[in-house]
Design a protein around this ligand. Structure first.
Ligand code: SAM
Ligand code: SF4
Length: 326
């Protein structure tokens, strides 16, 4: 799959549910309305969708949400997708999770072929954790990290940098991740979905964060690209990688290799644009995958050149992050 700007699409992110057991302040409002369950693709349909993308050249699948591990029977999807790893058609099957369900599932994920997980953790202070996630408990996430370690899963921590909330903890998080052997990625808040407060109150530009952190740590730029908006440095003191995801301050679109599928079968060709394609109708139209594959080709041919985020203008896109998946 090559888009009109010559970018090879080899990475699919799949949101398997818009629901979550947390209500993070930058992601959701407290009284979210979720999709009716009847609108969701079944796990078998999600498996078929992913299979079609793998056939078309996707080499990496990331399962996300909402919280992917709260979807009922989700392990059956991971087990099914694991077959593409065994056949060599897929290089990586991974997920982004808030970690709360890892005590239950870390082992099964490893058995399905998952090697690495991204776990979101914005603070190491239990009270702050509760304030940011509204409904989350830090102990459960810590138990999840321990379960991941026991299962042999490598963990990368995702930390959203929030002005006046956790900005005093960024340097400590580098040390903590260094001690525990985790890579770490800092993320700028993106204006995605109305969360009931002004985005400019949450926004902390990572360019200034990096300068501040360089007083405590020795960073060297490394030539490691995920095809996404992250730029990585290696930290001399810990030997680990630290990434900076800066959609607001840098343009990363020219190397974009990904598209995103929602749990209702809508394909978003860009996180920061409204352009989308319905893949549920062609999937359900036939037992053969041909109509679906044609629809995927049409969608890739319409992938926009780049995003248009601008803090201070309200939500650039109206759907919440839990719909498109992070
Ligand atoms: N529930 C899982 C989790 O929290 O990791 C997966 C889905 S979550 C939407 C994926 C990632 O998006 C998380 O790391 C989260 O911190 C991040 N995220 C959510 N809303 C965001 C926003 N408005 N700006 C930047 N990152 C956001
Ligand atoms: Fe849930 Fe993840 Fe959104 Fe937090 S960031 S509310 S854990 S989907």
């Amino acid at each position: 799959m090559i888009d009109p700007f010559g970018r090879k699409i080899s990475y699919l992110r799949v949101s398997v549910t818009d629901r979550c057991d947390f209500r993070c302040v930058y992601c959701m409002c407290e009284d979210m309305t979720f999709l009716p369950k009847a609108d969701l693709l079944t796990l078998e349909e999600l498996d078929r969708m992913c299979g079609a993308f793998v056939r078309l050249g996707v080499r990496k699948l990331r399962i996300t949400g909402g919280e992917p591990l709260v979807r009922r029977n989700i392990m059956s999807l991971f087990r099914a997708l694991g077959r593409h790893l065994e056949s060599g058609d897929l290089d990586e099957l991974t997920l982004t999770t808030n970690g709360s369900q890892l005590p239950k599932y870390a082992r099964d994920l490893a058995l399905a072929g998952v090697k690495r997980v991204n776990v979101s953790l914005d603070t190491l202070d239990a009270d702050k954790f509760r304030a940011i996630t509204r409904w989350g408990e830090m102990d459960k996430v810590m138990a999840g990290l321990e379960a991941a370690r026991e299962a042999g899963l490598a963990v990368k921590i995702n930390m959203v940098a929030l002005k006046g909330v956790n900005e005093d903890e960024l340097t400590h998080m580098i040390a903590w991740c260094g001690e525990r052997g985790h890579d770490l990625t800092f993320i700028e808040t993106m204006p995605i979905g109305d969360v009931g407060e002004a985005r400019s109150d949450q926004y902390l530009p990572l360019s200034t964060v990096r300068q501040r952190l360089e007083r405590d740590w020795t960073f060297s730029d490394i030539d490691f690209h995920s095809g996404g908006p992250a730029r990585y440095v290696s930290v001399a003191e810990t030997g680990r990688k630290v990434g900076f995801i800066t959609p607001m301050t840098h343009n990363f679109c020219e190397s974009c290799n990904r598209v995103r599928l929602t749990c209702t079968g809508t394909l978003y060709m860009c996180l920061g644009q409204e352009d989308s394609a319905d893949l549920r109708a062609p999937l359900r139209a036939s037992e053969s995958d041909e109509p679906l594959i044609e629809a995927i080709h049409r969608a890739i041919a319409a992938k926009p050149k780049g995003h248009d985020f601008l803090i201070g203008r309200g939500a650039a896109v109206s759907r919440h992050m839990n719909v498109t998946g992070g």
